[in-house]
Design a protein. Structure first.
Length: 69
């Protein structure tokens, strides 16, 4: 929570924080050891893009996908 207050103080809005948290959750799924969890994380990307259509988030997400493949 201390990190979130720092980001809020730095001028990040609630939606950007939510987008960052969602991307971190998907990233955790990609790095998980089980193949099923990794597949589930890949399937979550389109919803992430629809909910948070920020160019920086989409770019970061594609870089994470590129690392997986």
């Amino acid at each position: 929570l201390a990190g979130n207050s720092f980001l809020s103080d730095a001028g990040y809005g609630e939606q950007e924080l939510d987008a960052n948290s969602a991307l971190m959750e998907v990233d955790k799924g990609l790095r998980y050891g089980k193949l099923g969890e990794q597949c589930e994380a890949v399937v979550r990307f389109p919803r992430l893009f629809q909910k948070y259509p920020f160019p920086i988030l989409i770019n970061s997400a594609f870089l994470k996908l590129a690392d997986v493949f």
